[in-house]
Design a protein around this ligand. Structure first.
Ligand SMILES: O=P(O)(O)OC[C@H]1O[C@H](OP(=O)(O)O)[C@H](O)[C@@H]1O
Length: 318
């Protein structure tokens, strides 16, 4: 059987897998655009074949990284738009839906930024973990409001996404102090807010984010420092309303240590989980484009947005 998944979809899937494309919102945007390419460049001559191609493309994309729910949420949104009686109608509808999705994503992030900025006061110092475009949207909006914000940025081993955060904050004019991850507790006394993003938010208000977030949150609570999670509603995980758990991605050993050094150590087992789960009791507010919520009440918003059930449109109907 010939491979009907567009090479551009495969390229985007590879880039998500290797984290050339990373960050939950950026992954969602790239996936929606890839589905649009699959539709527009398709040579399918009938609607059934075109829909099957789109489902195959969506499967290819969804299988790359299991934790960030923005990826299946984006694919579901675009595939639901693949309506029409003819191939041409489906092309048009997928194009329009993908374009609308990407515009909504941008708008949601900027609306979320306004909400998050209201929590930040002039002169505040934040501590960040990893790199989150949703979290940085809050800082950017606060800076645009004329507030002076400073940041203590955790480097975020093993991939050092904190470096991206440091650079982007610097470009906003925010003074940055870069620290190693293990220095976080030492500096929490100087901090007014811990500000992080999320890859998924579960129905009970648990926040799934970059490994190290939960330890940071526990330490912050111990020190009385509020923890603010910036997560547009695309990060809400509908499956958790019906009891599904969130898969935590395990990544390659070579992100942690090179082969030669590993051998010198006697080849110990290496574990490299990409994410962890922060229980709701350690989170003060989840900031979304729909306002800010205590984590325990996020399920109300999830019900409103998703209803009680969601199906996965890349699974062929029985
Ligand atoms: O959607 P935005 O806020 O940009 O990012 C959300 C989250 O995605 C990142 O994961 P990774 O670096 O892709 O593993 C981080 O965990 C970050 O908090």
């Amino acid at each position: 059987m010939t491979d009907r998944v567009n090479p551009e979809v495969r390229r985007v899937a590879d880039d998500i897998d290797t984290m050339e494309i990373r960050g939950a919102a950026t992954i969602a945007d790239a996936a929606a655009r890839a589905l649009r390419v699959q539709a527009l460049e398709s040579d399918a001559s009938d609607p059934a074949t075109l829909r099957a191609d789109l489902r195959a493309a969506a499967r290819t994309l969804v299988e790359t990284r299991p934790t960030a729910v923005s990826l299946p949420n984006a694919l579901r949104y675009v595939l639901r738009g693949a309506t029409g009686q003819t191939v041409e109608e489906i092309h048009e509808n997928v194009e329009a839906t993908a374009t609308e999705f990407c515009a909504r994503l941008d708008r949601a992030q900027s609306d979320l930024g306004q909400v998050g900025a209201n929590r930040l006061r002039d002169g505040d110092i934040i501590m960040t973990h990893c790199h989150s475009t949703d979290a940085l949207a809050c800082v950017e909006a606060a800076v645009e409001q004329g507030k002076h914000i400073e940041a203590i940025v955790k480097e975020t081993r093993p991939r050092n996404q904190g470096h991206i955060t440091a650079r982007e904050l610097h470009e906003m004019g925010v003074p940055v102090t870069l620290i190693v991850d293990s220095a976080a507790r030492r500096y929490l006394n100087d901090v007014d807010h811990v500000l992080v993003g999320a890859d998924a938010v579960a129905a009970d208000g648990s926040v799934i984010n970059k490994i190290g977030t939960s330890g940071l949150a526990v330490n912050a609570r111990d020190r009385g420092t509020p923890i603010m999670v910036a997560a547009q509603t695309l990060k809400l995980h509908p499956g958790t309303m019906t009891g599904h758990t969130v898969d935590i991605e395990m990544r390659d050993t070579d992100e942690v240590i090179d082969e030669e050094t590993l051998a010198e150590l006697g080849s110990p087992t290496v574990r490299n989980p990409a994410f962890d789960v922060t229980p709701p009791r350690y989170v003060d507010a989840i900031v979304t484009e729909r306002g800010q919520f205590p984590p325990e009440s996020i399920v109300m918003l999830m019900r409103e947005l998703f209803g009680e059930h969601t199906t996965e449109p890349w699974v062929e109907p029985a």
